[in-house]
Design a binder for this molecule. Structure first.
Ligand code: TTP
Length: 404
C-alpha cells in the first residue's frame, strides 16, 4: 500500500539537538531515525513511500535518494509547518487514487504490528500506556472493535489506548484533507481520521511496541530499542587486548585500542576511536570520527559525529551533539539521590523524563572546561561552554527558555 511518512516537523521539543538538523535525521543505531520508519513500512507492506520534507532542506532526500529498504521513495515539500493534515495534503498529488497509509517519521514501530495495520485497513495503530493523559486517546465502541474518535490529552482518559500516528485510510480520505484549524492553531490529521470513523469501520490495531521520539531522552530510548535488535559485526581495527562482549558493531575505519572493554549492544562508527583503556557499555553509539579516550566511561549514551571525550570522563545516559568536546575530568550525574525520575526542561517547562537514569544533553559544538560536573537533566545549548571546575546544576539558558 502507498505510504506517506511525515518528516517535516520542527522538532522544537527536541532542542537543542534539532537546532542544526532535522529530527528525522537524528542518529538511531547508526542510521537516521526516519530510516527505521521507512524500513518498518517496507517490511509491513509499503509499495512506495512519499516522504514529506521541509522546504530548503535537502538532507533527507540527499541521504536516501530514490530508494530505501527495497521501496521507491518520492518527496513532497510542505512549504509551511501548519500541521499533520497539511503535511499529508502536500503529499496528496503524489498519491494514486487508492487506500494509503500515513506514518509519523519520528516514531519507531515494530514491524509485525505495522504489518497488521496494513492488513486490516481502514485502521489506526493503538498502543497501551500507563498514563494516557499526555496523548491522543482513542475512543472505541463497546466491543473495542471500531474506533469512534480521538480525544487529545484528556484529564480523564476514556481508555488506555493511545493514537500512534499510524493510519491506514480509504482512498476517499485524500479528499478530506482541507480541515479547519484546531484549538492549538494546527491542521490536524486526527480531524481526517474523525471523518473516516464516521463513514467507515476503522479498526484499532493493538501495537506490541511503539516509541514516539519527540523529546531528548526518547532518542536514548530509540537507540536502546534498535541497538538491542542489531547483530554484532567487526569490520574495523580491534586491538587483541580489547574485550568485546555482546553485539558490538565496529565499522570499517573505526579503531578500538588496547585495554578497552565494550559491552554490547554498542555501535562504533567509521572514523571513531575508542581507547586506550576506555569502557563503553549499555546501549551506546559512538558516531563518525567521535573519540572516547583514555580512562573514559561511556554508558548508554549517544555520541554524535566528532563528539570527543578525550580523558578521564564519565558520560552516562546522555546525548552529546556533533562536535562537542568534554574537558578532561568532566563528569555527568545520571541519578538522583532520592531515586526519583530525573526531570529536565522541555520548551521551558520542567518535565519528568520518567527515567531513573538520565544524564545530560549537549547541543552541537558545546564544550566543557576541565573537571566540569554536569547535574542530571542539564542541557547545554548549541555552542555552550562551561568554565574549568564549573558545577552546572540547571540549564544555563533556562531563564531565557522560561521567558520565551
Ligand atoms: P509533532 O511531533 O507533533 O511535531 P514536530 O515534529 O514538529 O515536533 P515538536 O512538537 O517538538 O515541534 O509531529 C508529528 C509528526 O508529524 C512528525 O513526524 C513530524 C510531522 N509533521 C509534519 O510533517 N508537518 C507538520 O507541519 C507537523 C506539525 C508535523
Amino acid at each position: 500500500m502507498q505510504t506517506v511518512v511525515l518528516a517535516a516537523g520542527r522538532g522544537t521539543r527536541m532542542r537543542p539537538l534539532t537546532d542544526r538538523r532535522l529530527k528525522p535525521m537524528l542518529p538511531v543505531a547508526g542510521r537516521p531515525l526516519v530510516a527505521h520508519t521507512v524500513e518498518a513500512a517496507a517490511d509491513a507492506g509499503a509499495s512506495r513511500v512519499v516522504l514529506v520534507i521541509q522546504p530548503d532542506d535537502d538532507t533527507v532526500s540527499e541521504h536516501f535518494g530514490d530508494e530505501h529498504a527495497g521501496v521507491d521513495l518520492d518527496y513532497a515539500v510542505q512549504t509551511e509547518q501548519r500541521g499533520t493534515a497539511d503535511a499529508v495534503r502536500a503529499a496528496a498529488p503524489h498519491l494514486d487514487d487508492a487506500p494509503f497509509v500515513v506514518l509519523n517519521g519520528d516514531a519507531l514501530y515494530d514491524h509485525d504490528s505495522l504489518a497488521a495495520l496494513y492488513e486490516r485497513a481502514p485502521a489506526v495503530g493503538a498502543f497501551r500506556v500507563d498514563d494516557p493523559t499526555q496523548y491522543g486517546v482513542l475512543l472505541t465502541d463497546e466491543a473495542g472493535e471500531r474506533v469512534t474518535g480521538v480525544v487529545e490529552k484528556p484529564a480523564d482518559p476514556p481508555s488506555d489506548l493511545v493514537n500512534t500516528g499510524a493510519y491506514a485510510l480509504p482512498a476517499e480520505a485524500k479528499a478530506w484533507l482541507d480541515v479547519g484549524e484546531s484549538e492549538r492553531g494546527e491542521l490536524e490529521f486526527t480531524d481526517v481520521l474523525a471523518r473516516a470513523c464516521e463513514t467507515h469501520e476503522v479498526r484499532p490495531v493493538a501495537f506490541e511496541r511503539w516509541l514516539d521520539v519527540g523529546r531528548p531522552w526518547e532518542l536514548l530510548e530509540a537507540n536502546e530499542w534498535k541497538l538491542g535488535e542489531m547483530a554484532g559485526r567487526v569490520d574495523g581495527e580491534v586491538h587483541p587486548d580489547a574485550e568485546l562482549t555482546g553485539d558490538v558493531v565496529v565499522e570499517a575505519g573505526a579503531t578500538v585500542r588496547s585495554g578497552v572493554v565494550v559491552e554490547g549492544p554498542a555501535y562504533i562508527k567509521a572514523g571513531a576511536t575508542v581507547g586506550p583503556n576506555a569502557y563503553v557499555r549499555g546501549a551506546s553509539y559512538v558516531g563518525p570520527d567521535a573519540k572516547v579516550g583514555h580512562a573514559v566511561e561511556v554508558k548508554n549514551s549517544v555520541m554524535m559525529a566528532d563528539a570527543h571525550a578525550g580523558h578521564l570522563a564519565y558520560v552516562g545516559d546522555s546525548v552529546l551533539g556533533r562536535g562537542t568536546n568534554l574537558g578532561a575530568g568532566t563528569k555527568v550525574a545520571n541519578l538522583r539521590h532520592d531515586g526519583a525520575p530525573v526531570k529536565t526542561l522541555v520548551k521551558g517547562e520542567v518535565v519528568s523524563t520518567g527515567r531513573r537514569k538520565f544524564g545530560v544533553i549537549l547541543g552541537d559544538d558545546a564544550k566543557t572546561g576541565i573537571n566540569t560536573s554536569l547535574n542530571a537533566g542539564v542541557k547545554l545549548p548549541t555552542e555552550g561552554a562551561t568554565r574549568p571546575g564549573e558545577v552546572v546544576m540547571f540549564d544555563p539558558d533556562s531563564e531565557r527558555a522560561r521567558r520565551e
